[in-house]
Design a protein around this ligand. Structure first.
Ligand SMILES: Cc1cc2nc3c(=O)[nH]c(=O)nc-3n(C[C@H](O)[C@H](O)[C@H](O)COP(=O)(O)O)c2cc1C
Length: 143
C-alpha cells in the first residue's frame, strides 16, 4: 500500500529550495505554510512579551506570494495553502494562485465547527453563484 504524503514547510529563507528538496525526496504534495517566527515587544520596557509561532490573517499575503512564485517557477506539485484562512474569499484567493486545497487552524479557535461550515458553505455558494468549479478558479491569477 502506498500512502500519499504532503511535506509541510514554513515560509522563509530558501523556501523554493526546500520545496524542491521535498519534491526530490518523493513528496506527493507540499503544505505551505507552517507558522513563522514572531515576537511581541513591550514598547515601554523593551521586554519580549511573546516569542514563537505567528499565524493567522497576517501571514496570508506572504503565503499567497510564495505559492504564486512557486507556480510562476513552474512547480506543479499539489499545494495545500495554510495561513489565515478564515472565510470563503480566503479560499478563493489560495485557489487563484494555484493551491489545490487549504487548511485552517487559527480561525478554528473560535466556534470551530461553525467556522469550518461557514467557510465550506461560503466557497460552495461563491462557486455556484458564478457557475464555476474549483478547477476553473485554480491558477487563474497566473493566466
Ligand atoms: C499553537 C499552534 C500549534 C500548531 N501545531 C501544529 C502542529 O502540531 N503540526 C502542524 O503541522 N502544524 C501546526 N501548526 C500550524 C498550523 O497548522 C497552520 O499551518 C498555521 O498556523 C497557519 O495557518 P493558520 O493561519 O490557519 O493558523 C500550529 C499552529 C499554531 C498556532
Amino acid at each position: 500500500m502506498t500512502v500519499p504524503f504532503s511535506v509541510k514547510l514554513a515560509l522563509g529563507e530558501g523556501a523554493p529550495a526546500r520545496v524542491r528538496a521535498a519534491i526530490d525526496a518523493g513528496a506527493d504534495a507540499i503544505t505551505l505554510s507552517d507558522t513563522i517566527s514572531g515576537i511581541a515587544v513591550d514598547p515601554s520596557s523593551g521586554e519580549v512579551r511573546l516569542a514563537g509561532a505567528y499565524s493567522g490573517a497576517g501571514i496570508k499575503p506572504l503565503v499567497l506570494a510564495e505559492i504564486f512564485a512557486l507556480r510562476r517557477q513552474g512547480i506543479a506539485i499539489p499545494v495545500l495553502g495554510s495561513g489565515g484562512v478564515q472565510e470563503a474569499s480566503d479560499v478563493v484567493e489560495y485557489l487563484s494562485v494555484g493551491a489545490h486545497a487549504v487548511q485552517v487552524y487559527t480561525a478554528l479557535h473560535k466556534d470551530m465547527h461553525e467556522t469550518l461550515k461557514s467557510i465550506r458553505d461560503g466557497v460552495e455558494a461563491w462557486l455556484r453563484a458564478r457557475h464555476l468549479t474549483v478547477a476553473d478558479v485554480r491558477g487563474r491569477s497566473l493566466r
